[in-house]
Write a protein that binds this ligand. Structure first.
Ligand code: ZN
Length: 210
């Protein structure tokens, strides 16, 4: 009772989920022969590095123009925020809200969520472990959705280009944004949620679930 699978000498295979008796920190799964670690090596350091990278990339993603609009020979570039306020001014609230959620709420929420998870593992916070696990799954699942933003720009570009009066080109800010999304995906991928449970003893049922 009240032990993690690892402390009992077991580890689950990330590929086929089989619970293996661990003889070493890294070993082969007895069922699917996949080599795996009891815990992802240097998980916290890697997660931290990718999360800081994402945070740094968030700055140019918002400072540099996301798109360049050419209307009747006039060239206008627009950052994410300028784009949002432009949509608000013409009353396209749903698009403004989608862009705001995809470009601010989701990426910042992910970055903050990752910092919270890193903090909790480092400081062995064992309150609300279930909620922490949920937080990780949200962070993990929500990642690709922030690409919605780039998608919106691309769709807008094609819609506007159909109007023949103006054309939109995707600008450098979009590249920083895409890199930031990739960095947060890497951060979530480097994080080993099992580390959260190392903070707290598990019940017997949870040991066998793992
Ligand atoms: Zn396996």
């Amino acid at each position: 009772m009240n032990k993690t699978a690892l402390s009992l000498g077991f580890g689950s295979c990330p590929r086929c989920q089989k619970v293996n008796k661990m003889h070493n920190e890294r070993q082969q799964c007895s069922r699917c022969h996949y080599w795996f670690h009891a815990r992802k090596p240097n998980s916290i350091q890697k997660t931290m590095a990718w999360t800081i990278t994402a945070l740094v990339l968030f700055v140019p993603a918002n400072l540099y123009p996301m798109m360049v609009l050419n209307t009747l020979g006039k060239t206008e570039s627009s950052t994410i925020l300028q784009g949002i306020s432009a949509f608000v001014q013409v009353g396209h609230y749903p698009i403004a809200i989608i862009i705001f959620i995809a470009s601010f709420i989701i990426p910042l929420g992910k970055i903050i969520g990752l910092f919270i998870l890193i903090y909790n593992v480092k400081h062995k916070t064992n309150i609300n472990l279930k909620r922490q696990s949920h937080l990780f799954h949200i962070v993990e699942k929500i990642g690709p959705w922030s690409m919605l933003d780039v998608f919106v720009v691309v769709v807008m570009a094609s819609v506007v280009n159909l109007g023949f009066l103006s054309n939109i080109e995707v600008a450098i800010g979009a590249s920083y944004f895409a890199l930031m999304v990739i960095a947060t995906l890497m951060a979530a991928n480097s994080f080993d949620p099992r580390l959260l449970w190392d903070n707290k003893p598990l019940t017997k049922e949870q040991v066998y679930e793992q």
